[in-house]
Design a protein around this ligand. Structure first.
Ligand code: ARG
Length: 603
């Protein structure tokens, strides 16, 4: 009900100005206009919207909140437009005002939504000025070459993709960037090791897969920690690579492409689009970054290393924390690359992306890293006016025992294993259900449905958590048909598709709409909340809000479906109820697609 809330907002502002002309004017001039705080109602018994501002205005206006509320109401009731939208306002408690939208108005909104593919969600480029829309960058997934992609990367991939989808749907040009860890001293070590252990891997394709590389990496690391000669040789390899030695570069390229193949399998399975722009891309800019930090007076040499000391962020010793940007041996690190990335992403083309919002999706353990580099970028003046940088942190993935997720034999879980396991289990569930119901289905149906449900369950389980908290990975819970799960939501859609199969015409919405039951109005109101939820996710980057909404919508729909006849109802109720079915289905489908989850007609 975004358009209603913006009309109400304007009417409320007018009412406030008429009720308190002097104070309104003074407040406007001082740059802090009076705010009546219009919000969606926090409980259904408060109506549709609440005006909370009388309490905070009381001090400013030196009047009791109830009197302020009465004065606002008196003005609102003088406003024809307001009366066209709302029932007479009600005062609650010490001075809250509850607003209930008139049923005619809700019906009109439903009517409007039937004609609108976007289901009420406005496009950001509504001013018609496409040229001025700067891209948003979503930096997500970002695994490391020659290392296994782990469950943390899976979370980043799923959450980042959903955020990107919401932003794209709102009309933002989105750059989905895979900031893979494809550079650094570990490559020297790995190349040195492979030269002895598996030299063909450095010159020929497909000699090793990612699993082999991960093992080689482990062995190389062990050797590196024990053997000084090997250490020195590895450093030499790094120098060769960084100075552009062709053989080293070829070997490095090969290692990257072997890893990439493996990552791509996961992206294909999950239907993730990403553009790879790894750390190595920013190499060329690193010396400049140091120079710029130097000339803006931020650089301090400490124990031979070049650092920037952070403001207001202290280490354990209570002293300002340094961020090292160039090590004493001249090498650059993760922070330097991220600084170069920030500068590049904000710079206008052709020397950058010209973005206005940077979003980083990583585990919460990197919060300090991002706080540090964001602050440095700010102090170096690399952020354009209105530019935003946001770290989107998420918690750890734990097993059902609350500990770090491991396989039974105690190894880290391989992502492709995990996804295939979800599909296997959803297939077993499906077959059990088919047996119980005595249903016969084709092999293709079983394959398609179990794959869709298995992957949907993994994605949804992750997205429906408040991402900040750690989350317990449980196949049983995520695949359950009851509760806040993907199968529950998918099933609501299957029910609606079933109505259509039984002869309900979901595409006929020419008849006049008429609702009379509570359960219909509940569903009407729930359907109409969709647009607000999307705009909220765009702002707060919390996909779990969308999940909770879709869960709520499915529950409200199921109560409607269980209590009211649809196909057996008489007209105009029948076609009005079919309209609600259609809109519920469209809202669920669109909402799920913004989570990256395809839906089914039968399951
Ligand atoms: N490669 C890093 C990791 O595996 C994540 C990179 C996130 N993006 C960034 N711009 N730092 O933890």
């Amino acid at each position: 009900m975004l358009n209603l809330s913006s009309s109400l907002g304007a009417q409320l502002l007018g009412a406030l100005e008429r009720a308190f002309p002097e104070a309104s004017k003074a407040a406007r001039i001082s740059g802090a206009p009076l705010n009546a705080q219009l919000v969606s109602a926090s409980k259904p018994e408060y109506g549709d919207f609440q005006i909370n501002g009388a309490l905070s205005l009381a001090k400013h206006l030196k009047q009791p909140p109830r009197e302020i509320a009465l004065a606002i109401i008196a003005q609102l009731e003088n406003d024809e437009d307001f009366l066209g939208i709302c029932e007479p306002p009600e005062i609650a408690g010490p001075g809250f005002i509850n607003l209930t939208i008139r049923t005619e108005c809700l019906t009109q909104e439903i009517q409007a939504r039937l004609q609108d593919e976007r289901l009420g969600v406005p496009l950001v480029r509504s001013n018609g000025n496409e040229q001025t829309l700067a891209p948003v960058i979503v930096d997500f997934s970002s695994p490391n070459i020659a290392k296994e992609m782990h469950v943390g990367h899976l979370r980043s991939t799923i959450i980042g993709d959903s955020i990107a989808r919401v932003l794209e749907f709102r009309g933002h040009p989105v750059l989905r960037l895979n900031h893979v860890g494809d550079w650094g001293t570990q490559f020297g070590m790995l190349i040195k090791y492979l030269k002895q252990a598996a030299p063909e891997a450095l010159t020929k394709e497909n000699v090793v897969d990612l699993g082999d590389l991960v093992n080689f990496y482990r062995q190389a690391k062990r050797r590196f920690d024990q053997d000084e000669v090997f250490q020195a040789d590895s450093r030499e390899e790094v120098v060769k690579l960084q100075s552009g030695n062709q053989l080293s570069l070829n070997a490095w390229e090969l290692l990257c492409s072997q890893s990439r193949k493996e990552f791509q399998k996961i992206y294909d399975l999950l239907d993730i689009r990403l553009s790879e722009r790894g750390e190595s891309f920013y190499n060329q800019f690193l010396p400049d970054i140091i120079e710029e930090l130097e000339s803006s007076g931020l650089l301090v040499v400490d124990n031979g290393a070049k650092c920037v000391f952070l403001n207001d962020i202290n280490g354990k010793d209570g002293k300002p924390l340094p961020v090292i940007v160039q090590k004493s041996d001249g090498g650059f690190n993760y922070a330097t690359t991220d600084l170069a990335a920030i500068r590049y992403r904000f710079n206008t083309p052709p020397s950058g992306d010209g973005a206005h919002r940077l979003i980083y999706v990583t585990d919460a353990g990197q919060a300090n890293h991002f706080r540090g580099v964001f602050q440095i970028a700010q102090r170096a003046n690399w952020i354009p006016k209105g530019g935003r940088m946001e770290h989107v942190p998420f918690g750890l993935v734990q097993g059902e025992d609350g500990k770090k997720l491991k396989t039974r034999s105690g190894e880290t879980v391989r992502l492709s294993e995990l996804l295939h396991e979800a599909i296997r289990r959803s297939k077993a569930d499906l077959q059990r259900r088919l047996n119980e119901e005595g249903r016969q289905e084709s092999k293709e149906f079983i394959e398609k449905v179990s794959k869709a449900i298995g992957l949907a369950a993994v994605k949804y389980a992750d997205l429906s958590q408040n991402r900040i908290t750690n989350y317990q990975f449980s196949f049983d819970r995520m695949l359950a048909l009851q509760g806040n799960t993907a199968p529950y939501l998918l099933y609501a859609l299957v029910r609606i598709a079933g109505i259509a199969r039984k002869g309900g015409d979901l595409n006929n919405f020419d008849n006049e709409l008429k609702f009379s039951e509570h359960k219909e109005w509940d569903l009407v109101r729930e359907i109409l909340k969709f647009d607000e939820v999307i705009v909220e996710v765009e702002e707060e980057l919390l996909p779990n809000r969308l999940c909770n909404y879709l869960f709520e919508l499915s529950q409200v729909f199921n109560r409607f479906y269980d209590h009211l006849p649809i196909l057996k109802a008489s007209e105009p109720y029948k076609s009005s109820r079919l309209v609600l079915c259609r809109l519920t289905a469209n809202t669920l489908k669109l909402g799920m697609s913004l989570l990256g989850i395809p839906t089914l007609d039968r399951m």
